[in-house]
Write a protein that binds this ligand. Structure first.
Ligand code: PEP
Length: 249
């Protein structure tokens, strides 16, 4: 059995008072379940608050990004080692919003992936196609290119212990979810692609789906055999929604 995950991505949202309420609610209601992991990836400035509230809970936490650099004259950057000092277990790398708007090329994502692993964080590597790429029939080429950029740099063994997230760009924050069958087809493709290089790593690799997951559609997505949970944006900001998704895992 593969480990299963529900991971929230707060994006550029939050404020101290509202975070305190949301985190306390999750802390109270997320039960411990073997093989299932719940986590929230919060803005850097809220890592200390998150660590204080969730420190002894069943919920992990992580960063939404880390620097491609390790240390030095890179004003404004935050390193993998720095976030690990705040108890982070996870770091999202290659989110489509960063790829599209904030300069994260495949090569940069591969560097960030390596930095996360060196700092003993679990990288959550996001891949996914735009609507134009899907319509042009390029979904598999795009996710393969994004995946192989990491494999070429770190070897297939580098994927061991990481999490992959398939997030079709056209489904993120749009309310349009991939159907369970559409998502499953890409998840199965990604697993087969990894299996060509290493069958064991492929079999153990959690592949999460992200893109407008809500408590109303989580169960049918999570029922697919290659979908091992979800990366949740908007719905992770609402305790009742996020808890409903966790319960569907
Ligand atoms: C995300 O930001 O990774 C995401 C999946 O967002 P949403 O759930 O809001 O579509």
């Amino acid at each position: 059995m593969r480990n299963r995950f529900v991971i929230g991505n707060w994006k550029l949202n939050g404020e101290l008072d509202a975070n305190a309420v949301l985190l306390a609610d999750l802390n109270q209601k997320v039960n411990r379940e073997s093989g299932k992991f719940c986590a929230v990836c919060v803005p850097f400035v809220y890592l200390a608050q998150t660590q204080n509230v969730l420190g002894k809970s069943n919920i992990g936490w992580g960063a939404q990004d880390i620097s491609r650099y390790v240390a030095g004259a890179y004003t404004g950057e935050v390193s993998a080692k720095m976030v690990s000092e705040f108890g982070c277990r996870y770091a999202i790398v290659g989110h489509s919003e960063r790829r599209a708007m904030l300069g994260d090329t495949d090569a940069v994502v591969a560097e960030k992936f390596g930095n996360a692993k060196k700092a003993v964080l679990t990288p959550v590597l996001c891949v996914g196609e735009t609507l134009d790429e899907r319509v042009a029939g390029n979904t598999e080429n795009v996710v393969m290119r994004q995946l192989h950029a990491v494999i070429e740099t770190h070897g297939v063994a580098g994927l061991s212990g990481a999490i992959l997230a398939y997030e079709p760009v056209w489904a993120i924050g749009t309310g349009k979810t991939a159907t369970p069958q559409e998502a499953e087809a890409v998840h199965a493709f990604l697993r087969a692609e990894i299996a060509r290089l290493d069958v064991e790593i492929a079999a153990a690799m959690p592949i999460l789906y992200g893109g407008s997951v809500k408590k109303a559609n989580a169960k049918e997505l999570f029922a697919m055999s290659n979908i091992d949970g979800g990366l949740i944006g908007g719905a992770s900001l609402v305790a009742e929604e996020f808890l409903g998704i966790w319960q569907a895992l």
